[in-house]
Design a protein around this ligand. Sequence first.
Ligand code: FES
Length: 172
Amino acid sequence: MTSASDIPTHVITLTVNGETRALCCADRQLLVEVIRDGLGLKGTHVGCLSGDCGACTVEMDGKIIKSCLVLAVGADGSSMTTIEGLGTPDALSDLQQAFWDADGFQCGFCLPGHLFAARDLLAGNPDPSEAEIRDAIAGNLCRCTGYQRIVTAIADAARRARGHAGKADERA
Ligand code: FES
């Protein structure tokens, strides 16, 4: 049965992957629903809807969040990046390329959470230990890989980024 709080009565504005959009949403509508159904960005997945699996992860105003735990109205005015904003099939980000090269995913359902967690880790720690990588991705569940290839992919991405930084230093 539809209740009054299911009727879209709010207009919110979101800037997603650099594009600003106005959207209608209901009182209780979740941010992940608006991202998927309102914006058509299906790379953000719905898994547990309780904050446990990480499949719905996006970056909002510079912080990674689980979009199933945020009401759409609460995100009004925010700026966010979804997995579609990280790279494209023809132009993968360096981190996505490292996941690809290391077979760091299988079905891909958990990929948003792992990529955003890795990105966040590497932004503050360019040379993480395996324990630090495992700690950073701990809020994301993967049923396919057993995590080892994800850890390898993140370590490879870190190594490659340090290599590029080293070459830039040599040129300076
Ligand atoms: Fe949001 Fe699982 S769907 S954490």
